[in-house]
Design a protein around this ligand. Sequence first.
Ligand code: NAP
Length: 266
Amino acid sequence: MSSFSGKVVLVTGASSGIGKATALEFARLGATVGLMARRGEELEKVAAEMGGKGIVLPADVTDEVAVNSRVSELVSQAGGIDVLIAAAGISLRAPFETTTIETIRRVMDVNFMGCVLPTKAVLPYIKARKGCMIAISSLSGRKGTPEYTIYGSSKFAIQALYDGLRIEHMRDGVNFGVFCPGFVDTPLRESVLKGDGKVYENPPKLPFRLWSVDLCVNKILRMVRGRLKSSLLPGIIHYLLTADDFVFRGWISDMVLRYKFGYWRK
Ligand SMILES: NC(=O)c1ccc[n+]([C@@H]2O[C@H](COP(=O)([O-])OP(=O)(O)OC[C@H]3O[C@@H](n4cnc5c(N)ncnc54)[C@H](OP(=O)(O)O)[C@@H]3O)[C@@H](O)[C@H]2O)c1
C-alpha cells in the first residue's frame, strides 16, 4: 500500500495528537478516513483539512452501541474498512498507592475497552479485505514503569489482545500491530491525570525526551505498509530491553527507571 487510494481507514482519537496527524496523512495519501473521538467539532475541523476525504464519526470509544453504530455508518458510506488505527487514550501518572479505584477503572476503560470495542466492531470488515489493525500502546506497555503502573497495565493489556488476535487470525490474512512510543509532543501532556482522577495543574517533569508526532506517523505508516507486528519509538529500546532481559533479567532497566523517577531515595 504505497498509496492508500481506494482504501478506507478508521482512526480513533482522531481529534488530537497522534490520531489526528495519522488521519491527515492517510487522507493526504488518498484514503477515505473515518474520524472517531468524542469532540465532534474538532473532528469537523480535521475533516475540513482533508478536502472531502474525512467522515466524521463522533463517539465515546467506551460506548459499545455508539462505536458499533458509527462503524456501520462508515461501512455504509465508504463500502468497507481496510485499516484501523486505535489511538484514543488518556494518561495517568501517579503512584499506585494513591490512585483511586475509580481512576483505575476509567483508565482501563478508555485505554483497553476503548481499543477492544472498535477492534471487535471492525473485525468482520477488515477480515473481508485482509486488512490491518494498529493499536497505539506505549513504552510503558513494554516495560513496567513507576507511576505509570496503571497506564502501563492498560497498554500491556492491548499488547496481549493484539498478540492473541494475530495468532487467532493468522489464516485470515489480517495483520495486528502494536506501536509503542516514548513520550510524544501532543496535547496529552496537558491532560495527564493524577491519582484522584483530576488533571495536573503543572504536569511533572518528563524523565525522558519528547518525540515528535511526525516520527510517530512515519512509524505507523511503515507498520501498515510493511504489515509489521511491532514498532517502538525509539527503535533501539527494543534491543536494549531484549538484551537486558536476556543478560540481566531486566535489572538494568529497573535501575534506570528507579533513578529517572526519583526512586533511589524512596
Ligand atoms: N503523547 C504521549 O506522550 C504518548 C506516549 C505513548 C503513547 N501514547 C498514546 O498515544 C495515543 C494518542 O495519544 P495522544 O498523545 O495523541 O493524545 P491526545 O492528543 O490527548 O489525543 C487523545 C485522543 O483520544 C481521544 N479520546 C480520549 N478519550 C476518549 C474516549 N473516551 N472516547 C473517544 N475518544 C477519546 C481524544 O479525543 P476526544 O477528547 O475528542 O474524545 C483524542 O483524540 C493514546 O493512546 C496514548 O496513550 C501517547
